[in-house]
Design a protein around this ligand. Sequence first.
Ligand code: SF4
Length: 355
Amino acid sequence: MYKHLYIHVPFCRSKCAYCAFYSTAGADEALIDRWLDRILDQYWKNVAAQMPETVFIGGGTPTLLPEKQLERLCVACDSRSETTIETNPETLTPGKAAALRDHITRISMGVQSFNPDFRRILGRQTSCKAIKDAVKIIRTMPWQFNIDLIYGIPGQTLEDWQDDLRRAVDCGVNHMSCYNLTLEEGTMLAATSGHDQIVDDELAADMWQMAGEFLSAAGLERYEISNYARPGTECRHNSAVWYGETYLGLGPTACSFDGSKRFAEPPSLESWLAGKPPEEDRIDARMRRNEIFAFGLRTTSGWRRAQWENWDEILADFRRLRLPDGLFEAGEERIRLTPQGLLLWDSVAEACLSM
Ligand code: SF4
């Protein structure tokens, strides 16, 4: 029933100042085992009989799991086409990489910035040596390699940002994710900084544009607002999510989509371990259609006629929104946003929800 699988590993070594993803720091092996037992139990009940097209193991910090537990988790890594694991440099060892070697196809490493001063602002406890060592390990593996960077960090200039982009490309990546720093409610950064100290929309837009140009010159094209890849190495799992395919999420806070309904697993490890059922996000079918449509517009290819049974209706509804010229192209065969439209995706998406 579900084409894709997401597993949420809710453990981190420490909590980064900007991060709103659910994770806990300081878990011991016994707690990790309890989480893993339940993940595998749910996996055997819901997934094992039908191999997913893609698997994405995210978090949290999946490679914080000790080698023994990572090896146990590998039974849930089998996919038809792509298995990704997220990592943080300081947690990836040669032993863990060897355990994962033949079970995953992609690794996504959170660096955020190669500049230790900016990592400090973000509350990242990663040393330059740890990044170097992790890159060395990854480059001996037969995996696709993504690096996550953050731009718009207080004090960061365009030159600093270009330096981060260059250093990421020099690591031999074939995929990059570049996110604009945002103040998320409940994070340490939000508690200690005001909106005006963090957000400079104009500079962030320049940095976004620089990422597009710099990475394109290095052979990595933007294919979604925040994602860039060498041709043929786009993340299939995330593309499936943007295009509204079905996925099952296992682990606290993980979301699932069955084609019409979305569910969210309980928001804490305790309630998830206690077996609290997932919560359904109830919206009507038209709203769901609009939501899927808006998400697909995050991609640079947008939507094509062949992807919708009721394309003519979608096209008519979209045209009726009368979005400002210059933000989109809406022809008989394709609807997509222009670079300017991608930059303003939040507003476009809001409008699309009322189609
Ligand atoms: S950013 Fe990554 S490593 Fe930092 S707390 Fe969030 S999930 Fe953990």
